[in-house]
Design a protein around this ligand. Sequence first.
Ligand SMILES: [Zn+2]
Length: 216
Amino acid sequence: MISLKQIASINLPTSWATFRLLGFEGIKFVGEKESTETALALIHGDISSTTAPLVRIHSQCMTGDVFHSLRCDCRDQLHHALQRIAEEGAGVLVYEHQEGRGIGLMEKLRAYELQEKGLDTIEANLRLGHSVDMRDYILATEILRFLDIRSLRMMTNNPDKINAVSAAGIEIVERVSVDIAGGPHSARYLATKREKLGHLLNLSDRSPGAESPVSR
Ligand SMILES: [Zn+2]
């Protein structure tokens, strides 16, 4: 169960387009325990003008999104999604603060340390006592419902996100893949996401080391 509150609504001009940025706070109740989570919704254009707007749920990755880390494909996916939404003229990006598949930034850095000793991203999380993926998408799907989105086209390679949106009663009329050309630093991470987390990546279709994002 979650109690959703809109905190603020501002204009956000970006290099892709101008978005309406809404800040949300969700208070979750699990039994007696209460926890607070925040997320942003970046809305471009008139999303009610189409029956199934383009939507991406993006999990924060400080190392990638802010510092342009090449260890993962997060920043490329984020920028690709904003670009696609700008090109379409309407869409939503939900940016939720679940760093490192939900383990938090410091734990993610510890997991990176273990990866430098030879573990893969999943083995590292397990070694630190976390589950493979701690994220849930309750706040993100609640925001989509708040925005009155009943059907959408979803930009994702992650089956867990697809399942979460469907489980919230929102119809996914199309999956728009976000295949990003990886480089040498992210090759093992992307392979692990595909092989162990079931991500729908077309790794064989990409040219090694290519930098430009490939849509679809
Ligand atoms: Zn990342």
